[in-house]
Design a protein around this ligand. Sequence first.
Ligand code: GLP
Length: 272
Amino acid sequence: MQEPKLAVPSRRLETPAGEVLIFSNAEQASAIAAARVAAIIRLLTSTNGKAVVGLPTGGTPVEFYKGLVAKHRAGELSFRDVTTYNLDEYYPISPCDPQSYRSYMHRHLFANLDIAPNHAHVLDGSVPEPFVAEHCRMYEHWIEADGGLDLQVLGIGRNGHIGFNEPSDVSSDEARATRTRLVSLHPVTRADAALDFGGEERNVPPHALTMGIGTILAARSIVVLAFGSNKAQALAGALSGSVSATLPASLLQTVGGRVTWFVDESAAADLK
Ligand code: GLP
């Protein structure tokens, strides 16, 4: 990926949910986010000997991952001392299914840099149902044993979900206490995912395994990527609307001092 000519955001906002860096397009935002994350990884690995990073999937981070891979190929970034934990996975799904998030991560990142296979973790959508809760508990345990997430990179859904934590009418305290678990997918999320499953909503798995909002908010720093006009409404609500589990991304306001948003002008259209 070409380094963008404009290396600074066109606008910068301070919001209850953190600092928002607005770029003229998604490509620029992705390149700068990749440069920022690469710098954080270099700092963590040189000072602590390791970095523990939570990772997203979806269309949004594809260019961001290209940026990380380009830095690796240029000899500027190594994942030798990095451990990653993906946010979520469909359920049920085979890890070998091209639509699984395990396959996505292999294609876009893991196969293209020097991460050890046993440091690149994705929840397993093929675990037998009676063992799902135990698998989710183990995932939390692995993160904790690794010292917790140094950095969580996030996208947001059109309905404001983070990971696969869907809008819900529980209290925000209850939502903030959620940990890795099995969830049902919201109709909006299944409609948005249908394109990846042959255009048929009925082909989208009904459930998912996801880190909880509590797992995400416990990260020591959080980077959020949001691009395109279909994210504008969710973004405006998340940054400065009321804090509510009906818009899961708004819960990021409870840890705003640790969050940086990389967004494009289309996603920022509804921001004052
Ligand atoms: C999926 C993922 C989320 C992601 C969201 C947005 O539902 N589980 O982690 O942030 O989609 O996807 P996209 O980037 O394709 O808009």
